[in-house]
Design a protein. Sequence first.
Length: 327
Amino acid sequence: MKYAKIISSGMYVPQKVMSNAEFEKLTNFTIDPNFAETIGIDHRHVSEDWETPTYMAAEAAKNALKRIGMSPEEIDLIIVGTDTPESVSPPDAPRVQYLIGAHKAEPLAFNVNASCANGALMLDIAARYIALGDYKNVLVIGTYAMTKFLSWKYSWEALFSDGAGALILTASDEPGFIGSVSRADGSWWQNWGIYMGAGTMNLAGFERGLHKLDLRAAYPATINEEGWPMLINKLMEKYSLSKDDIGMIFFTQVRKKTILKVMETLGLPSEKAHLVMHKYGYTGSACVYMAYDDAFDEGKIEELKGKVVIFLTSGVGFQQVATAFRM
């Protein structure tokens, strides 16, 4: 049996930046003065038309490959996670395979969609493929182009930003991947999403605005505040981990105040939650990989040798996934 180890990371961020003041001018909404402090966002990165989900994913993947001098042809499996795909069908992953030059080796490439819970879920899937001995090197990419689905007329749209993050995992004789825990509750399915699909892909659907992100009902503020500590505790119990084992937690970068509250609830120092929403805004499926890559660039990953890193993600629908790795 092999273990999956994280050996590289990369990201891509659009160059176009929209400040809170520019957002207010565009939408005619005044952003709450506490927004930057509570949510942690004072600007957002907005992709141009040519910066498609597959383009951003491919650029993040190229950066991850370049970091370790790995050839695209060494990749055995590509998994792309997004809820802002380039098309309903075909999936983004084969296009990314081609864009990075991996198509000659013909690695399997497919999409997953657990909305913004994709980051931790893809790591779990990749690690299990590696454990079974099917693949040696797996590339996982989260890509997010939600600004392309915004109406630019609601205050809550100030949250969203675009970008992509990638991690490369490889087979190892030592952990590596420890395991994961998760939960889901479909009773929240109608609250928030892009609801155009089979049966609504018509003029009436467009006239109803179903091709745009729709906030129909807010999730309770406690859904992550209570759910995340529950999953961390479940993860520690399942795999006999202690709080001292935890070196870093990469949370879905959706609300700064919630992350800090969760760390307080867990009795862990806030420094063990690397935050990047102040740099990149909220980038959904990409955000935990972007946070990891940012932490690597700051030299923090090197300090985690022997420690446990946890990726903890939440997505509308809803689902939450926590995945642990020994560094």
